[in-house]
Design a protein around this ligand. Structure first.
Ligand SMILES: [Zn+2]
Length: 119
């Protein structure tokens, strides 16, 4: 009886580990999708800013406040991407090399870019 109880416990623990991993992968995929969405928004805003600058060049007076506003929007979106990337790195256990800024993947202990030993 005890054996079956333990077996049941182990199976449910295994199930929990599996669903934790699945949740993590889903969260990583969600974050990547969010980054893609923000990146296409960034590209649209960049094109729009480009059009405004060109209109100015052609002699149409585009209010500088409008360009300023769009640039601030870009800055906010870049910050948002940096925040999501930071969260992704944390989930994957990625840190960055102190010598060159390259990626150091979790558990590897050395920089993939320059070979610097982190630990
Ligand atoms: Zn390095």
């Amino acid at each position: 009886m005890d054996f079956f109880n333990k077996l049941g416990q182990k199976i449910s623990e295994g199930g929990r580990v599996l669903s934790d991993t699945t949740d993590k992968l889903l969260e990583i995929a969600d974050n990547k999708l969010e980054i893609n969405r923000i990146e296409s928004e960034i590209n649209e805003i960049k094109m729009f800013i480009g059009e405004l600058v060109f209109k100015n060049y052609l002699g149409n007076n585009v209010p500088p406040a409008l360009i300023q506003e769009k640039c601030e929007e870009l800055e906010r979106l870049f910050q948002e991407i940096a925040r999501i990337r930071g969260r992704l790195d944390q989930m994957r256990g990625v840190t960055y090399c102190r010598r060159c800024g390259g990626q150091v993947k979790g558990g590897e202990g050395f920089c993939q870019n320059c070979g610097y030993r982190v630990n």
